[in-house]
Design a protein around this ligand. Structure first.
Ligand code: F6R
Length: 352
C-alpha cells in the first residue's frame, strides 16, 4: 500500500534515505575508505565509456559521463533510440553502460545489442533483479532502490546517481570527500524532506503556462530531470536547459509569466556564470526560484530561495533534485493530476 501517503510517488520520494542506504550497504569499506564492488570483478578501469539510456535514466547517464570525464576517462551519453542511427565507434577497452531502471526498455536493449555487435564490453545498471538487461550484459550492478510503483521515476533516479558515484570511486581511487558526502547523503536528504518548504514555489509554477529549469555542469542533468518530472505529472509545459543555453534562442519566450527554476550548487566559476544567466532572465521580469546550497549568496536577488545542506559538489545535485521532485509533486497535486499514472505513459516501455 501507500503507507499513509496520498500517492506512491510521495511515498517513494520519502523512501529515498532508505534506498540510498540500501545502495551503499556493504559496498563501502569505511575503515579503509574504499568502495568495493564485487560486481566489477574482472572489469578494469575502461579507457572510454559510453552510456545508453532513455528518459530519466538518460539524465543519470549525462551525470555519469560528467564524472568519468572529470577523472580523465572520455565518456559520452547517448539517447538509446538514437544510438543505432549513427553508432559511435567502439574502441578497445571501451565499456558500454546501459542504464535502465526496469531493465526492459526496448530502445535501450536494442542500442545495447548494437554496441555488443561492435565488440563492446557491457555493464547493466538496473533496479530489477533478473531483468532482460542483466541477461544481455557482461556485468550487472544493481541500484537496489526497491520496487517503484509511481510511473514517474523518483527514488530510482537518486539510486542511479548513488550507484554511479560508487562506480566512479571504485575505478578512480576513492576520494575521501565524495565518500563522506555519500555517507552523509541519507541524513542530508532526510533533512531536505523534513525542512524544505516548496509550497509557494509549487503554487507559482502550477499557475504558469510554462516554466524553465536551468543548471550548469552536474546541475544540467538535474535541470533536465526537474523539467521532465514537472511536465510528466503536471501536464504543464516545462523545459530544462543548460543554464548558458537559454540565451541562444529560448530567451525569446521568457516573460514575467515564465518562472525559471535555477539549480546552483558549489562555489566556483560555473556557479557565478549561472548567476549571470539568472540576471538575464530577471531583466525580462521572469520570476526566479533558486535551489541552492548557499555557498554563493543568491537570496538577495531571486524571488524565492530554497536551501539544501552543503555537501560534496558531486553529491549536492542529488539533494537539489529532491527539491525539484517535491515541487513537481506539489504542483501536480494542486492541479489535481493523476500523479501515479500520468496520462499516455507506461512504467516500462517495451516497444521501439
Ligand atoms: C520518467 C521515466 C521515463 C523512464 C524511461 C526509461 O519519469 O520514468 O523517462 O526513465 O522510460 O526507463 P528505464 O529506466 O526503465 O529504462
Amino acid at each position: 500500500g501507500k503507507g499513509g501517503y496520498d500517492h506512491y510517488m510521495l511515498k517513494e520520494i520519502h523512501e529515498q534515505p532508505h534506498a540510498i542506504r540500501q545502495c551503499l550497504s556493504g559496498r563501502v569499506d569505511e575503515l579503509h575508505g574504499r568502495v568495493e564492488l564485487e560486481e566489477l570483478d574482472g572489469l578494469s578501469t575502461p579507457k572510454r565509456v559510453q552510456f545508453i539510456a532513455c528518459g530519466t535514466s538518460y539524465h543519470a547517464g549525462l551525470y555519469a559521463a560528467h564524472l568519468f570525464r572529470e577523472m580523465g576517462v572520455p565518456a559520452q551519453t547517448f539517447i538509446a533510440s538514437e544510438y543505432a542511427t549513427s553508432p559511435p565507434p567502439v574502441g578497445e577497452d571501451e565499456l558500454v553502460v546501459a542504464i535502465t531502471q526496469s531493465g526492459e526498455t526496448a530502445d535501450t536493449l536494442s542500442a545495447l545489442r548494437e554496441a555488443k555487435a561492435r565488440g563492446a564490453e557491457t555493464l547493466a545498471l538496473t533496479n530489477v533483479v533478473g531483468s532482460s538487461v542483466t541477461r544481455e550484459c557482461d556485468h550487472t550492478m544493481y541500484i537496489r532502490a526497491g520496487p517503484e510503483i509511481g510511473v514517474a521515476a523518483s527514488k530510482t533516479f537518486t539510486s542511479q546517481l548513488v550507484a554511479v558515484n560508487l562506480l566512479v570511486e571504485a575505478m578512480n581511487g576513492n576520494d575521501a570527500g565524495v565518500l563522506t558526502g555519500l555517507r552523509d547523503l541519507a541524513g542530508d536528504l532526510q533533512s531536505v524532506l523534513d525542512r524544505v518548504n516548496v509550497r509557494s514555489a509549487a503554487a507559482q509554477l502550477a499557475a504558469a503556462d510554462r516554466c524553465f529549469f536551468v543548471g550548469r555542469g552536474l546541475n544540467h542533468p538535474v535541470a533536465l530531470e526537474g523539467a521532465l518530472k514537472f511536465k510528466e505529472i503536471t501536464y504543464v509545459h516545462a523545459e530544462g536547459f543548460p543554464a548558458g543555453e537559454l540565451k541562444h534562442g529560448s530567451l525569446a519566450l521568457v516573460t514575467e509569466d515564465t518562472p525559471v527554476v535555477a539549480v546552483l550548487t558549489g562555489d566556483d566559476e560555473e556557479t557565478r556564470k549561472t548567476i549571470g544567466n539568472i540576471k538575464e532572465v530577471e531583466s525580462r521580469d521572469a520570476p526566479v526560484i533558486a535551489v541552492t546550497d548557499g555557498r554563493v549568496e543568491v537570496a538577495s536577488f531571486v524571488d524565492e530561495c530554497i536551501q539544501i545542506p552543503e555537501t560534496h559538489p558531486h553529491v549536492a545535485p542529488l539533494l537539489a533534485n529532491v527539491v525539484l521532485q517535491l515541487i513537481a509533486y506539489r504542483s501536480a497535486n494542486l492541479l489535481g493530476r493523476s500523479i501515479d499514472k500520468p496520462r499516455n505513459l507506461a512504467k516500462s516501455v517495451t516497444v521501439e
